[in-house]
Write a protein that binds this ligand. Sequence first.
Ligand SMILES: Nc1ncnc2c1ncn2[C@@H]1O[C@H](COP(=O)(O)OP(=O)(O)OP(=O)(O)O)[C@@H](O)[C@H]1O
Length: 485
Amino acid sequence: MTLPTVLVADDDRSIRTVLTQALGRAGYQVRTTGNAATLWRWVEEGEGDLVITDVMMPDENGLDLIPRIRRLRPELRIVVMSAQSTLMTAVKAAQRGAFEYLPKPFDLKELLAVVGRALASPLQPEAPARPVVEAEDRLPLIGRSAAMQDIYRMIARLTTADLTVMITGESGTGKELVARALHDYGSRRAGPFVAINMAAIPRELIESELFGHERGAFTGATNRNLGRFEQAAGGTLFLDEIGDMPPEAQTRLLRVLQEGEFTTVGGRQSIRANVRIIAATHRDLRQAIRAGLFREDLFYRLNVVPIRLPPLRERPEDIAILARHFLDRAHESGLPLKLLDDGAIERLRACRWPGNVRELENLMRRLAALYPQEQIGAEVIDQELAEAPMAAEGVAGSAPAAAREPLAQAVERHIRQFLAAERDGMPIRDFYDQVIAEVERPLIQMTLASTRGNQIKAAAVLGLNRNTLRKKIRDLEIPVMRGVG
Ligand SMILES: Nc1ncnc2c1ncn2[C@@H]1O[C@H](COP(=O)(O)OP(=O)(O)OP(=O)(O)O)[C@@H](O)[C@H]1O
């Protein structure tokens, strides 16, 4: 049996050498070239079982080669690698029919895994050649960290599949932006993108907002009202803060997902639902399920493709480029141009960003609007960060919004939810333990924030043994500040 042949095109000699060695050792035959023309000649001559191509080559852009290769040799799988690791590269590679996209630098193990998968995947001779619709050349999502690369690849993969997506991540991490990108580059891009935030609408109105209502359905319903499901027909419905959806609405949504149809509030006729659902939440839905606050069956219907957006503090390498981007945006909107010196960047990278990208964005706008000097140094950043409200400053963890909610309010909210759940016939199990478990986390987070991460002081404040606190931090997976405590 002949060994599969991999054709590699990259103008960087060292990449060619590394790939030749790694692929050769893994048992493949390898041919390498530094330009697109030679790669194309090999393809025309019927060579190779798999192509690995760089994007930027001296004679042609590797991405432009993909549709031509797909037309001539539809069975030939293509892996794209690029140092220009942006969302657009990932999306273009997917739209043009590449099998996979690998941002440089990549791990050789990962490359070999991708090659193995590509060669093992069934041939799809009749597949792509689908019209290539170019997404606009703008960069909706900024960031080059490995974590963001994973997100870009996921978005790129989803351009060809209309699947339900669940985006999780702290407040301000860019969940809505990702939802929009999924819509903008997906097959429903010609349709509307309709967003609804469960936390921003009074609970009793959520059902009629989602599904619409008939005239006279309830007091004050003087007209028939189109719900978001109808408004989003043919497009995408973004259900933001899905964890805050009341139980009745959850049941109704589940039915729509199961049956593909819904009725308006007060209406009898079934209406076909024609939307792609993208849901988002900053809450831990598994915990909400355990507490009986979120339907498990609904969760599985929504969590078809989970995407987790990492908090900004887990990707400090994105901070400088995001800051630059927001300063440029502020400049475009008419504010003076500002530059950050190295000291300022260092300070920004060391910050915990409980409000994530949104907080960074707001800070950059403040800098552009309030400071006369063009060059911003570390002292300005220190001053700005010192003025940030305490709660927003150091509260770590997965739910800053929830953590900022006063504990008494949180408890009250739980009791209300308990009573509502009981009324709906979904009583909450182990209510006491669940509530204690949930308030324990913000309590510890807030205490750590006020002691600036000093665990010894925090243990003293809480009246807990230091080791007990440590264990709780570990068990509750509360992120700790770097270098302190
Ligand atoms: N990777 C990114 N590149 C550029 N801008 C970003 C990025 N991530 C977030 N932003 C910006 O940060 C702000 C917050 O993003 P977004 O509203 O999408 O967050 P979110 O996670 O949906 O927040 P919330 O849960 O509070 O609704 C927006 O102005 C968005 O444009």
